[in-house]
Design a protein around this ligand. Structure first.
Ligand code: BEZ
Length: 210
């Protein structure tokens, strides 16, 4: 069954490279990114996990934990981690779920029949502190993901969870935001002070900081 935005992220228990976890307990009070990779000891996945390790502090700044999953064993994940550190310059610093029985892959619909084997596609689930799914991405095995985009989307989703704003195309943290159409001009003035009226339905203001 595929998951939709706003659904509760399925909970599970699993063995990881950092011990056994209950997923919701592991998430705790913050945000989480659960992402799948097709297989250990493969080239694109090696670069992806190295990049995620490099960005650990960026995720931590945003109160977001990261966890990876593939249908390989925890032993394989541990053995592969040496290659990642050696070639990507960053040791894996987040747990990797061993999902040999495909329990997590099935719960999150990460196995796509068109992808011609039983390994997972490159899925990403962004989960909020209430354990709701707030963003999903699905890439084919051949396309390594842009983890800066995941951070950018996390910034947008965290901001818009707190304030009645939306973010435009290519937006980055600190740039102006869009006032959502549901807010009247008068209300907008009270909430945000000055705003730029580009069109009656496109109003821009400084990003709220608090
Ligand atoms: C890779 O990570 O390079 C990869 C894994 C599975 C299929 C294709 C590529």
């Amino acid at each position: 069954m595929s998951l939709h935005l706003g659904d509760t992220a399925p909970d599970f228990e699993a063995d990881t490279t950092e011990g056994r976890i209950n997923f919701h307990d592991w998430i705790g009070d913050g945000w989480a990114v659960l992402f799948s990779h097709p297989a250990d000891f493969t080239p694109v996945c090696t670069t992806e996990l190295g990049e995620t390790a490099r960005l650990k502090d960026e995720f931590a700044k945003r109160q977001c934990k990261v966890i990876a999953v593939s249908v390989d064993s925890v032993e394989d994940h541990k053995a592969w981690s040496g290659d990642i550190e050696e070639t990507q310059g960053h040791a894996v610093n987040f747990p990797i779920i061993g999902d040999e029985n495909r329990k997590v892959a099935q719960l999150y619909d990460m196995l796509h029949p068109g992808e011609d084997d039983s390994s997972t596609v490159r899925s990403v689930f962004l989960i909020d502190p209430n354990k709701k799914v707030r963003m999903t991405l699905t890439y084919p095995k051949s396309a390594g993901r842009n983890f800066d985009e995941i951070l950018r989307a996390l910034d947008s989703i965290r901001l818009t969870a707190k304030h009645q704003v939306a973010t435009p195309a290519q937006w980055k943290q600190g740039e102006d935001v869009i006032i959502t159409p549901a807010i009247s001009d008068e209300d907008a003035r009270q909430r945000f002070g000055e705003f730029e009226q580009v069109l009656p339905y496109l109003r821009k203001t400084k990003a709220p900081t608090a």
